[in-house]
Design a protein around this ligand. Structure first.
Ligand SMILES: Nc1ncnc2c1ncn2[C@@H]1O[C@H](COP(=O)(O)OP(=O)(O)OP(=O)(O)O)[C@@H](O)[C@H]1O
Length: 228
């Protein structure tokens, strides 16, 4: 059996300049994510959760430490290789979802696949399926700028999943959803994790969701620890 972790972060350190000083946001952060595992990251505002997620997604770099994906070190790769890595393996969902407001929900979800040359018919089918699963079957042709905040967040989730990523990095994906929609999004992620081995690393302030995931880790004082 291949037990190479999907993602492994070793001794990540990240500092930011702050006036004459530097602040250490991450200090020897270690994290291992196996295929299909759901990991919650919780912590106080400003503790570095978003910074960590961005580094795990290669959207930012650590000052030191190692990041491995399927056993391959990413640290030395150039930007075009990293972009290819993100497109092939990662899905992102952030609080600010960056949908294209003039395009329909369906077009927004299909967009990443169209850019990468997938067939229109196959993509449309997959996008419709995902939008149905996030409860937006009746909003396919709505322009995304005319959807509610929660609906836009669900479109963003469907878009993040259209390329069948191995790892979804999610920053507060249920933050602006009502409880029922948040629960539905969470159940969809659980189903994808169970059936398709989608791994999820999710920053959340929702402790009941965090507690329902395989692992719940707290970021505090630059360190990541198991939540008691
Ligand atoms: N580009 C930057 N330059 C300087 N400081 C930064 C930068 N980005 C983040 N920080 C600082 O790093 C710390 C961690 O920020 P980060 O956004 O990762 O926290 P967070 O845990 O995600 O917070 P929240 O829960 O409020 O979203 C904060 O003190 C923030 O001010």
């Amino acid at each position: 059996m291949n037990d190479t972790p999907l993602l492994q972060a070793v001794d990540l350190r990240k500092t930011y300049p702050s006036g004459r000083d530097t602040i250490t946001v991450l200090n020897k952060v270690n994290l291992t994510v196996q295929p299909g595992e759901m990991t919650a990251i919780v912590g106080a505002s400003g503790s570095g959760k978003t910074t960590l997620l961005q580094i795990l997604g290669t959207l930012d770099t650590a000052d030191s430490g190692t990041l491995l994906f399927q056993g391959v070190e990413l640290s030395g790769k150039n930007e075009s290789d990293l972009a290819e890595h993100r497109n092939r393996h990662l899905g992102f969902i952030f609080q600010f979802h960056h949908l294209l407001p003039e395009f329909s929900a369906l077009e927004n979800v299909m967009m990443p696949g169209l850019i990468h040359g997938r067939s229109h018919a196959e993509l449309r089918k997959a996008a419709v399926g995902l939008l149905e699963r996030v409860g937006l079957a009746k909003r396919l042709e709505h322009r995304s700028g005319e959807l509610s905040g929660g609906e836009q967040q669900r479109v963003a989730l469907a878009r993040a999943l259209i390329m069948s990523p191995a790892l979804l990095l999610a920053d507060e994906p249920t933050g602006n959803l009502d409880a029922a929609s948040g629960q539905r999004v969470f159940e969809l992620l659980q189903e994808l994790s169970d059936h398709l081995h989608l791994a999820v690393v999710m920053v959340t302030h929702n402790m009941s969701l965090a507690g329902a995931m395989d692992h719940c880790l707290t970021l505090a004082d630059g360190r990541l620890c198991s939540t008691a």
